[in-house]
Design a protein around this ligand. Structure first.
Ligand SMILES: *Cc1c(COP(=O)(O)O)cnc(C)c1O
Length: 389
């Protein structure tokens, strides 16, 4: 091959997928690895969702669907957005894509012109900056510290915005920090972004994983002006334990959706047909299964937070959403990659280095694992930290 695309050559492969693969490899060799690296729920997909997909297959639903997805799926998503989020989207304002990751990649490509800047609060989900670059844009970071509970402020946005800034990404609850904004904080961020003429990209994939009685709000629901300038992204992976099904969706004003559909028509055609029929069942009837999974996550969250926050030298904001905890380990004197590598090699505990999320002072642990893993893994984590002081 004579040449490769320079945009693509500059991409960093997903670090979370790499460390998760190494942990699995060590476990396969017989090492007793406590794996906190996974970025997906550990539950099986609920049976009624599988049954709906199997029925669709049996009924011969094996052909292409419309580009934006099965009309029935767009309908139940629109009804869900009204019911759960107070959002008025017509089915024609929804595009179903091959996972929310695919949705977001298409959103950035649909939105950005070369050199356009996108503000991304750090710590961030590690695909945002790469997606922006692939789309020809420039990621601009605002760093939120553990001392600030990993939250940015309206003043931060004002400072980061330039004449070239076109969008702000908000992910609440957040992967990797587990932090979520209050509705009032979210609204203040949104209104500041609006005043600066920015489009908001609201990644709400963890909306169902919310604890301590916190209230989840959707950016587009605050006002007609925010509705008109927000692109809402969500998906089935996290809420319904459907990561392998690859179903995500975008809701936005019609002109944006029309352009995004044109792009999807030439890149994916549409998501998998029988997976979409499973998605119809999930969105329509999945609420009870969500409640059970969230209760299990909550018990794990409390335990892992109690154990982590008691470790000398570790600073750990209390996570209130998603299924991650993001301790600041910088007082222990190692960068996050060295910390994670030694923790895995010497103590058989897999975590993801925070540098992958724009925070070299931290590591990410997913508590999508059993309580036993949390007990054993955190005892080892503590022993490793003690050995460093
Ligand atoms: C997991 C995740 C996604 C994408 O998930 P899909 O499986 O592609 O639907 C998007 N955003 C965040 C913050 C995530 O953690």
């Amino acid at each position: 091959m004579k040449s490769l695309n320079s945009n693509i050559l500059a991409i960093q492969p997903s670090a979370t997928l790499a460390i998760a693969a190494l942990a699995k490899q060590l476990a396969a060799q017989g090492r007793p690895v406590c794996d906190f690296a996974a970025g997906e729920p550990d539950f099986d997909t609920p049976a009624f969702i599988k049954d709906a997909a199997i029925a669709a297959l049996r009924e011969g639903k094996t052909k292409y669907t419309p580009v934006a997805g099965v009309p029935k799926l767009c309908e139940v998503i629109a009804a869900k957005l009204k019911r759960d989020n107070g959002l008025d989207y017509k089915p024609s304002q929804i595009v179903v894509s091959c996972g929310a990751k695919h949705s977001l990649a298409l959103v950035f490509q649909t939105l950005l012109n070369p050199g356009d800047e996108v503000i991304i609060p750090a710590p961030y989900w590690l695909s945002y900056p790469e997606m922006v670059r692939i789309a020809g844009g420039v990621p601009v970071f605002i760093t939120a510290t553990s001392a600030a509970d990993f939250k940015i402020t309206p003043a931060d946005i004002e400072q980061a915005a330039t004449a070239r800034t076109v969008a702000l990404v908000i992910n609440s609850p957040c992967n990797p920090t587990g932090t979520m904004y209050t509705p009032a904080e979210l609204r203040a961020l949104g209104e500041t972004a609006l005043r600066l003429g920015l489009t908001l990209i609201s990644d709400e994939i963890y909306e169902k994983m919310v604890y301590d009685g916190n209230e989840q709000a959707s950016m587009a629901a605050f006002s007609p002006a925010l509705y008109a300038n927000t692109i809402t992204v969500n998906g089935m992976s996290k809420a319904y334990s459907m990561t392998g099904w690859r179903l995500g969706y975008t809701a936005a004003p019609e002109p944006f959706i029309k352009a995004m559909n044109a792009l999807q028509s030439h890149t994916a055609s549409a998501p998998n047909t029988f997976a979409q029929w499973g998605g119809v069942a999930a969105i329509d009837r999945g609420d009870d299964s969500i409640r059970e999974m969230v209760a299990a996550f909550d018990a794990r969250r409390r335990r892992i937070f109690d154990l982590m926050s008691a470790i000398p030298g570790v600073v750990c904001p209390r996570p209130t959403g998603a299924f991650y905890i993001f301790p600041d380990i910088s007082a222990l004197g190692l960068d996050s990659v060295t910390f994670a590598r030694r923790l895995l090699e010497e103590h058989n505990v897999a975590v993801v280095p925070g540098v992958a999320f724009g925070a070299d002072s931290c590591v990410r642990l997913s508590y999508a694992c059993t309580l036993e893993t949390i007990e054993t893994g955190l005892a080892r984590f503590r022993a490793f930290c003690a050995s460093l002081t």
